[in-house]
Design a protein around this ligand. Structure first.
Ligand code: SAM
Length: 279
């Protein structure tokens, strides 16, 4: 039997996701995948042993205790498992997301965004990313200047440029994300038209034609006034990261700032809205 060399640690979704993911991302995992009910990280075995030694007793003390399901793979099975687990995702009639090892042909009607899943959000596996992209494909115009707040993998900024935006700026409070976003921009050949910055709105100079923001409901609501001020007249914002049930609250916050909702999309329990700043 071959020596096990890679570890897949699968965590059940819980209120502690953010804390645990921050601990793990700091240990430089090989990859990250997520689903509705779980998320999983991949490590070299030696690195995983160090992570488990450092954190597993504190995970056991959480309410409820968190115990990842750990699976070992040898080199050959690891490659097969990792590559097989990441399949191209159909986002819409026009957009697909594919990892770099899957050659998916582009056509005049089909744009393929190359995103290799690492430890950033925005791989196309989550409903909110897909909702944002579906709104974005009808929203972006040639020459647009775009701000992508909470850029993650950079997928929205990259999509905007690939669909004609002149320039996109992505900000993220997670430094790993901005590095990963730049790598993805290079894979899509748009690195000359994007800028990714570690941080948040303090780096946004504006004015922007479009603001794309897939963060939480409360963060979106908190930032709405800033978004309005950063947008040009008749500029538009796309918002997601909240549930269908939250839409009335988000709409009320938009209406208070005289931002007009022009479009809404849903997938499962998730929602996304488009709103414009009137002249
Ligand atoms: N834009 C990608 C997408 O649509 O799939 C990723 C969205 S992910 C749900 C949210 C991202 O926002 C995370 O990478 C997180 O680190 C970042 N984030 C959360 N709050 C933020 C804030 N106030 N300013 C900037 N980034 C933020």
């Amino acid at each position: 039997m071959k020596n096990p060399v890679f570890i897949r640690a699968r965590f059940p979704r819980s209120a502690h996701d953010e804390t645990l993911q921050a601990q793990l991302v700091a240990r430089d995992p090989l990859g990250f995948l997520e689903d509705e009910a779980w998320w999983e990280v991949y490590f070299h075995e030696a690195d995983w042993e160090a992570v488990a030694a450092e954190f597993s007793s504190s995970w056991n003390l959480l309410p409820p205790p968190i115990t990842p399901e750990v699976k070992r793979f040898d080199q050959e099975n690891w490659n097969a498992q990792w590559e097989a687990s990441i399949q191209p995702i159909v986002v819409s009639d026009r957009i697909m997301i594919a990892p770099s090892w899957h050659e998916v042909a582009e056509t005049d009607d089909r744009l393929v965004l190359v995103v290799d899943p690492k430890m950033s959000f925005g791989t196309g596996y989550h409903q909110t990313t897909r909702l944002m992209l579906r709104l974005l494909e009808n929203d972006v115009r040639a020459g647009d200047i775009v701000l992508d707040v909470g850029t993650g993998t950079g997928v929205l900024a990259i999509a905007a440029v690939r669909l004609g935006a002149a320039h996109a700026e992505g900000v993220d409070i997670d430094e790993w994300s901005t590095d990963n976003a730049f790598e993805n921009a290079q894979k899509n050949g748009v690195e000359g038209s994007v800028r990714f910055i570690h941080g948040s709105l303090e780096h946004a100079t504006g004015p922007y034609d479009k603001i794309y923001s897939n963060i939480t409901k409360l963060d979106n609501i908190d930032m709405l006034t800033a978004y309005r001020d950063l947008l040009r007249p008749e500029g538009a914002m796309l918002l997601s990261g909240f549930y269908r049930d939250d839409v009335p609250e988000v709409r009320t916050a938009l209406a208070k700032l005289k931002l007009t909702v022009t479009d809404e999309l849903y997938e499962d329990e998730w929602a996304a809205l488009r709103a414009v700043k009137e002249l």
